[in-house]
Write a protein that binds this ligand. Structure first.
Ligand code: HEM
Length: 380
């Protein structure tokens, strides 16, 4: 079996069974100091303007984070330092990547952690400099391994963003030129149709067909607009927004069968966000459009708003059949669709716009129907 990244890292710094034994032996010495080290750790973050901004919920989230950090130190000294350890630490690293924490704070934070532990260790071996030096080496090795894992998760994220942007660049060039080329013939068709309409105004069947062509031209134009929006990345015109307003506009813009119910819940109480009203309206038009389509004639669509900590959550739920397992994994990729008519750009565009606002979108299966949850950071 090829060597794993963690095995390679341990081999690189020479982290072996002796280090594992040394860390386990240190556990009873350092454990009584975990709380104090966690206090200093978050104190430093709060003292630093840039780092403090990462704590979007402010000091109120520090209590919860201290508990996580103490558990982190527990595992640091108790192991086992195996592949599950690497996975767990990578998952923690990804949490920091997801919240856009700049990498340089990781170095700063790890330095504070290293010093906090070193202060305790240095006092623990009076008169035994050799043992102290060996123990210090073990602590330094594991702290550097931790830093390496954290940085590895940032690299993972960079590589996947690069691959995504390369795919989109090729796709974008092609799509951009096809889109532009199609606009002209569609424009000509629209003009001719307008003239034709006045000619057939007394022919009921003819008029019906002309209208149908008009509808289809509208659909074709919307597809091109979505495609061009996908590749253009229009800059965000950020302003303070009440989501109730954005959602009402979106609800007013979608077409829905008369009997299908559309309900908006809890919108009045959610905090304001900072965002681009037009682009966010597009997000909810696309989500509502999908939900109404899935719910069908007699279905129900609900938008349920709530807030937790630094975020506003908007769940768009429908009473349709839900999304099957296989489609779920690729739901937000371009060109994935379950509709007969769409080309599968709606959700890809939604994801892109939400992420550019520092938010996330996720699909959550439920007993009946689908639920898409948009999570957006509240205005500072
Ligand atoms: C030695 C460096 C660090 C360690 C070991 C560490 C550890 C952790 C752990 C264990 C969690 C919980 C992850 C989970 O939910 O599974 C966490 C979350 C978090 N950390 Fe760190 N952290 C470090 C550096 C920082 C720094 C420098 C900041 C801020 C500047 C920070 C901000 C946060 C925030 C905001 C969360 C919560 C994210 C969320 O739940 O949305 N961390 N960290």
């Amino acid at each position: 079996m090829p060597e794993s990244i963690f095995e390679e890292l341990k081999r690189y710094v020479g982290f072996d069974e002796a280090d594992e034994a040394a860390l386990r032996a240190l556990h009873p010495l350092v454990q009584p100091h975990f709380v104090a080290i966690a206090e200093i750790f978050y104190q430093r973050i709060l003292e630093n303007d840039g780092a403090r901004k990462v704590l979007v919920e402010g000091e109120s989230m520090v209590g919860r984070l201290k508990v996580s950090l103490i558990a982190w130190m527990e595992r640091l000294f108790s192991g086992p330092w195996d592949e599950a350890y690497f996975e767990l630490r990578s998952r923690i690293g990804r949490v920091h990547v997801r919240i856009n924490m700049p990498q340089h704070y990781m170095f700063g934070a790890m330095n504070v952690m290293r010093r906090g532990l070193a202060d305790v260790v240095d006092r623990g071996f009076p008169g035994d400099p050799e043992r102290l030096s060996a123990v210090r080496r073990s602590v330094n090795k594991i702290i550097d391994l931790e830093l390496a894992i954290m940085l590895h998760t940032y690299r993972e994220d960079l590589l996947s963003a690069q691959a995504r942007s390369e795919r989109l660049a090729t796709f974008g060039q092609l799509v951009g030129s096809i889109g532009h080329e199609l606009r002209n013939p569609l424009g000509v068709m629209e003009t001719s149709l307008y003239i034709l309409k006045s000619r057939v105004k007394d022919d009921e069947r003819g008029l019906k067909h002309v209208e149908r062509i008009g509808e289809q031209l509208g659909i074709a134009n919307n597809i091109i607009t979505d495609l061009l929006d996908m590749i253009r990345d229009r800059p965000l015109a950020r302003e303070r927004l009440a989501l109730a307003q954005v959602l009402k506009q979106a609800a007013g813009a979608v077409q829905k069968p008369e009997r299908c119910r559309l309900e908006l819940e809890g919108l009045g109480d959610v905090p304001a966000i900072e965002g681009d009203a037009g682009q966010l309206r597009q997000v909810f038009v696309n989500l509502l459009d999908n939900a109404i389509h899935a719910a069908g004639e007699d279905g129900r669509v609900a938008v349920v708003a709530s807030a937790d900590g630094g975020f506003v959550n908007l769940a768009v739920e429908d009473s349709g059949p839900g999304v099957d397992e296989a489609t779920r994994r690729r739901l937000f990729e371009p060109l994935i669709t379950t509709k007969h008519k769409g080309v599968g750009l709606g959700l890809a565009l939604v994801k892109r716009i939400v992420e550019r606002h520092g938010g996330t979108i996720a699909y959550e299966p439920r007993n009946a129907g689908a639920r898409f949850v948009v999570r957006l950071p509240r205005a500072r």
